[in-house]
Every structure is written in C-alpha cells, then in structure tokens.
Ligand binder design. Structure first.
Ligand SMILES: Cc1ncc(COP(=O)(O)O)c(C=O)c1O
Length: 417
C-alpha cells in the first residue's frame, strides 16, 4: 500500500451498523467520524441496502451517455426539488466530491466565458489538480505542483481566530471591505467566473461563514457578474439540520456541489444550479464514464427517502444541542477548549494554548484523538493545524451512544490537558 495513503485509525472493520463499527477482533467502536461525513444516514441503513441489492439485480452499468436509465433522472428531479436554485434548477451527477467541484468550475467558466476563480484560505475542495489548487491547506499539496492557473485566494472570514477586539459587525465590515478591494488589488474582477466557498468549512476546522458576510458575498457577485458556488460536500445532507447549509443562511448560490452523505457510502456526487447556467456547458464537456452509476443513484434516492422518513434534519439539531451543551460545560473547566462552534450537528471543538485563539493546540488534539481510539471512539481532527476535534457521527446515533462517546471524549480531554 502506498505510503501517501493516510490511515487515521488502525482498526479493521468486520461490520458496521447505525453509529457502531465492529472490528475484526470483535471490538465495538462508536463512530464519530462517519467515514469522513459520509454516513449521516448511518452505516448500512436497511432501505438503502435493499435498494442497492434490487438495482444490482437489474443492471449495473450502461453509462448514462450511452443508454439512459430512470434512477438518474429520478435523482436529478429529487435534488432539484429539495435544493431549488431560483425558478428552474438543473442537476448533473458524477462520482466524487472533487469531481463535482471540477465540473462546477467548468460550468461557471463556460457560462461566464471568464477564466478566474476566487477561493478562500482554510478551504478544502478535494485532491484532483483543480481541487487541490483550490484547497488552502499546504499539507495536502506537498510537492504536488505546478497547480492549476487562474486561482486567487482571499482570507476566509474566520471570526473566532481573527476578530481581535472587533465585534462581529465590525469584523464582517472589515472582511467585506477586503473582498471589495480584491476587485482592484488581486485580479481583474471582469475575468472572474466564480467564487467558491464552503458555507461552513469542513477540513478547515468547522468554521461557519458569518451570516452578513455570506449576504455581502452574494451582493458582490451580483454586482460583478460573478457566479457564487457553495461547496456543500461535507456540510450537506442533514449535517447542519438542512439539506444544505445555505438553506440555513437563506442565501442562494448559482451553483452548489454535493457528495459524501448523499450516497451513504456509494460514490455519487452532484452539481446543482440555476438552469440557464447549467445549460451553458456544451454537450460532452462535462461528465465521464461513471456519471451517476445506477446503483449509486438507487442508493442516493433511498438515502434521501430514509432521511425524510427519519427526519434527520430535526435529529441533527437535537444531537448538535447535546454535543454543544456538554462541550460548553467542559469548556468552563478547560481553558484549552477555546471555542465550541458549528451549525446543527456539525460541531467543532477548537483546542488552543494560553487561552489564545492564535495558538492552536495541535499536540493536545492529536493525543485526544489517539486516546479516544484506544477507548473505542473513532474521531477525526480538522483545521489547517489539526487542532479542532470535529464531530461527524451518523445522525441515527442514539442519545445513549452519543453520550457514551462524549464521555470518552471528555475523559480524554481532561486526562491530556
Ligand atoms: C468541502 C469539501 N469539498 C470537496 C471534498 C472532496 O470530496 P471527495 O473526497 O469525495 O473528492 C471534500 C472532502 O472532504 C470536502 O469536505
């Protein structure tokens, strides 16, 4: 196995159900990582497994380009309905998150006939060449250049880390001023096709964009004829208590990208957008052999139905409240917990040194993640400097399992501070 393939936890799975993973030694592990935010509907939800089996018996692959099939069309219709972009919405399907980002950018470039893309510090958009070029964290890009051209980066409005003495209002005003200045000092705005942003950053440390900043970004894009792309690959599909985090903000993108929990573990991703923008891409310029495999489409349709039946958006709110309450309680006795933040069940716990948000506590975070793994809790870190504990447990986790996992996490934080 190539050295470059990272492994965070050495457990080997035997089977997984709901929020629990059983390893080959018979150990039961509580899953707070959800396969990196992929199993919001839980491991192996029964209706999803049944839909996969039923589809696999009918046909596995024709390539939608060659012979079309109904599950693809049904899924596009469903996505357009739950994620409307203006009056008329269109959808394209692919397999991975990075592919969705690549295609969204290609569509935006064709629609505007402009080459440049603006992205943000602390952003993560995947590991293909364009995805990696849009990604901020240097560790993911080590010695992998040259990167794609015409990509420009502006500071992410990370209130917690950079607000200094400013309140939210002043901070957002300063950041929006910087954004407007970028039209003069960074790149000719008339050559910018799109701005891509995660409404709540995933890998970057679970950083929510301030409401007023997202509204300002929308106005800035409208003013300059720039398209706004929301990358919802980690934050989508009930994680924040909505199908997409932008629905929480009530700020509509022109294009948006989804993957991960859409397929409950089967590789399926989507670009959703305003019809006239989506249709600007010429036939054959977007897609590939596996553009929405029938089995993956069946899995996604069953996942969405299951999410509706189980009301996982509501459940995300409930789980998020439990996590936030317990972590805020612990924060009172542990100054190393600098911030507990997030939307719905997308909660990050920011670990710092000397009560200074500018001093990330990478060592503590690494010890806690390792200690939790030994105690049977699978956990992931996030943040450019890996100092944020992120909770991405399946949303079907029971309150008892969640609290058991939080007991382990609290214990490990207390032991290591
Ligand atoms: C916000 C965001 N965009 C894009 C990606 C890339 O998705 P994939 O790993 O499926 O290519 C990820 C994956 O973590 C992500 O979190």
């Amino acid at each position: 196995m190539a050295n470059g393939v990272g492994v965070f936890n050495t457990a080997t799975v035997e089977e997984a159900k709901g929020a629990l993973i059983t390893d080959v030694d018979g150990r039961e592990l509580i899953d707070f990582a959800g396969g990196i935010g992929v199993v919001n509907a839980g491991h192996c939800p029964e209706p999803v497994v049944k839909a996969i089996q039923a589809q696999a018996e009918k046909y596995l692959h024709t390539s939608f380009n060659v012979v079309t099939y109904e599950p693809y069309i049904k899924l596009c219709e469903e996505l357009a309905e739950i994620l409307p972009h203006g009056d008329k919405t269109k959808v394209m399907l692919i397999s991975t998150g990075a592919e969705a980002v690549e295609n969204a950018v290609k569509i935006a470039r064709q629609a505007t006939k402009r080459p440049a893309v603006l992205c943000f510090t602390e952003a993560y958009h995947g590991r293909t060449l364009l995805g990696m070029s849009l990604t901020s964290k240097v560790n993911y890009k080590f010695s992998s250049g040259p990167f794609a051209p015409e990509i420009y980066r502006i500071p992410f409005p990370n209130f917690y880390k950079y607000h200094g003495t400013q309140d939210m209002e002043e901070f957002v005003d300063t950041e929006l001023k910087r954004l407007h200045e970028s039209a003069h000092n960074l790149v000719d705005i008339n050559s910018v096709a799109a701005i891509i942003i995660e409404p709540i950053q995933g890998e970057g440390g679970f950083n929510p964009v301030p409401q007023k900043y997202l509204e300002g970004l929308r106005s800035f894009c409208d003013k300059h004829g720039v398209l706004l792309i929301f990358d919802e690959i980690q934050s989508g599909f009930c994680r924040t208590g909505h199908w997409a985090a932008w629905q929480h903000y009530k700020v509509q993108p022109d294009l948006s990208t989804y993957a991960k929990s859409l397929g409950s573990g089967l590789p399926i991703s989507a670009v959703v957008g305003r019809a006239e923008i989506m249709d600007a891409a010429a036939p054959g310029t977007i897609g590939g052999t596996y553009i929405g495999s029938p089995v993956c489409c069946a899995a996604a349709l069953a996942t969405i139905q299951y999410m509706k039946d189980e009301n996982l958006n509501k459940r995300a709110e409930h789980l998020g409240k439990i996590v936030t309450k317990r972590m805020e309680q612990l924060q009172k006795e542990c100054p190393e917990i600098g911030d507990v933040r997030g939307i719905g069940a997308m909660i990050g716990i920011d670990l710092i040194k000397d009560k200074d948000p500018g001093k990330p506590n990478t060592e503590l975070c690494s010890k806690v993640v390792k200690g939790c793994a030994e105690e049977g809790l699978i956990l992931l870190s996030a943040g450019t400097l890996k100092n944020v504990i992120r909770i991405l447990s399946p949303l079907v986790i029971t309150d008892e399992q969640l609290n058991r996992g939080l007991d382990i996490l609290e214990n490990q934080i207390r032991l290591n501070v």
